[in-house]
Design a protein around this ligand. Structure first.
Ligand code: AMP
Ligand code: ZN
Length: 493
């Protein structure tokens, strides 16, 4: 029996605001879509939290035996400076400021994003589509919505007609906002606007002469609205109905609300079965956000090169810190919280090392491994409750640490089950890495310091042959040693 049959999941559906039994449309196949980053700057740790939360979801579903098609997009066009369809495209603006091609900006920050995600040991998605790679499909969807009478064209732009849509369907379903309140909350159109209502949003925007990212369309040269890409790319790769759509909770409105409306307007369907939203990472109590400058970059966190931290932290410690909170709870970042997470992570990893040395036999512990294993699954089946899972993992840590000498107090079978369950949850599901699996750069650095120390000792012993040999062989490899007042440094060419 596959694991997923033994483990029915309950998940909190933001659309119905309650926990629901998860019933996949087409098991063992599963469709998961997560809104990806807008690649105009380095991702901050807040962005990372959302992607790591959904990496946990993906990992657990895969662990249960589902065949998950995981789609996470790259927003490389159409995301304007503010949500009211105004301002410059974020990527075009950065390209203008840095005098680069927009695609150079996209390339740089997409690579940076991938690098950070791999440091956090997050799996890449099965498909990572880009908005600019799907302009044709976006134009087709706009045409469908126009044909269905729920959008209108003005002067080369196309807008979604929210009020007309709301007469037939329910706009505000996800965010719980009522259309009348939304209207009274928005400022009046100033007579200059092309929109019929301030709530309408752009599906296609006419490009002004200075707008550098532009494509041909039946309505003239322009570019797609931000919300459209996710509707189009999720349905292209996962079908007109699919299982799970995720993102940070700040995307509920307007982004996801507009996605729901676009899908319904284009194909009449409720596309997404379960909407999952991750809560925010905060710093000093305020949401981490690029626009307010209240951020911390992963590079600063790993190196410790910031006044917000006493030292750098290993990526898996940071991942562990995030997993200690449920994905729907707010999490506040601080030096103290990370120091505590580091202690917990080290305790867990040390117990795993000790476990390898334990043998069957000895006084029975009374610890029911079968039951404990069921508890671990039950925690994750309950809306991916990683903090409860971690508390169960530490029950096992306590038992392992309590074992005297090599005798575990378990039978061979129990010991194997304990090992395999811990490995499954710690490495496969939580996605933690053991401390010695540092990146190859760190390893090279350690090896270099070792060689430098051996050479220093050789010189102190007047063993010139050895010290010269070390320097010369390194030179052949393109590594230069430079002796200075503060010791020897190396550079790689
Ligand atoms: P963006 O690149 O702005 O489109 O954001 C990418 C993802 O990061 C979205 O899913 C956001 O919801 C998420 N996000 C932004 N800020 C935070 C934060 N402080 N904590 C958690 N997730 C965030
Ligand atoms: Zn999206």
């Amino acid at each position: 029996m596959p694991l997923y049959e033994e483990n029915p999941i309950e998940l909190y559906n933001s659309l119905t605001r309650q926990k629901e039994k998860f019933e996949p449309l087409n098991p063992p196949h599963l469709g998961l879509y997560v809104c990806g980053p807008t690649v105009y700057s380095d991702v901050h740790l807040g962005n990372c939290r959302t992607f790591i939360s959904f990496d946990l979801v993906y990992r657990y579903l895969t662990h249960l035996g589902y065949k998950v098609r995981y789609v996470r997009n790259i927003t490389d066009a159409g995301h304007l400076e503010n949500d009211a369809d105004e301002g410059e495209d974020k990527i075009a603006q950065k390209a203008r400021l840095e005098q680069l091609e927009p695609m150079e900006i996209v390339q740089r920050y997409t690579l940076g994003f991938h690098e950070v995600m791999s440091k956090f040991n997050a799996h890449p998605p099965s498909i990572e589509p880009t908005a600019t790679g799907h302009i044709v499909e976006q134009i087709d969807t706009i045409q469908k919505i126009l044909d269905n009478g729920l959008a209108y064209e003005v002067n080369g732009s196309v807008y979604f007609d929210v009020e007309k849509y709301n007469k037939e369907y329910d706009y505000g379903q996800l965010s719980g906002r009522k259309i009348d309140e939304l209207i009274s909350g928005t400022r009046e159109l100033d007579g200059q606007s092309e929109k019929r209502s301030p709530l309408d949003f752009a599906l296609w925007k006419k490009a002004s002469p200075s707008h550098i990212m532009r494509w041909n369309s039946p309505w003239g040269e322009g570019f797609p609205g931000w919300h459209l890409e996710c509707s189009v790319m999720s349905t292209k790769y996962l079908g007109e109905q699919f299982d799970i759509h995720g993102g940070g909770m700040d995307l509920k409105f307007p982004h996801h609300e507009c996605e729901i409306a676009q899908n319904k307007a284009a194909n009449g369907k409720d596309t997404v079965r379960y909407w999952l939203h991750g809560n925010m990472l905060t710093l000093n109590g305020a949401r981490m956000s690029k626009s307010t400058g209240n951020t911390l970059l992963p590079a600063e966190l790993f190196s410790g090169n910031t006044d917000k931290l006493e030292k750098g932290f290993y990526p898996s410690v940071v991942r562990f810190f995030m997993m200690q909170a449920h994905y729907r709870s707010q999490l506040d970042f601080s030096n103290e919280a990370l120091m505590a997470a580091e202690k917990g992570y080290n305790r867990l990893m040390e117990a795993l090392v000790k476990l390898e040395k334990l043998e069957a036999g000895g006084n029975p512990t009374g610890f029911d491994i079968e039951q404990w294993r069921r508890d671990c699954y039950a925690a994750m089946n309950d809306d991916f409750n990683s903090p409860i899972l971690i508390s169960h993992l530490f029950e096992a840590v306590k038992v392992i640490n309590g074992a005297e000498e090599a005798a575990s107090g378990f039978t061979e079978k129990e010991l194997q089950l304990l090992k395999s369950t811990l490995h499954d949850f710690v490495f496969d599901v939580l996605g933690l890495l053991p401390p010695d699996s540092d990146s190859s750069n760190d390893k090279l650095d350690r090896v270099m310091h070792l060689l430098i120390d051996i050479r220093a000792k050789a010189r102190a012993d007047k063993n010139w042959a050895l010290s010269d040999q070390i320097r010369d062989e390194l030179t052949k490899l393109g590594i230069q040693l430079k002796d200075g007042k503060e010791g020897t440094r190396y550079s790689i060419h």
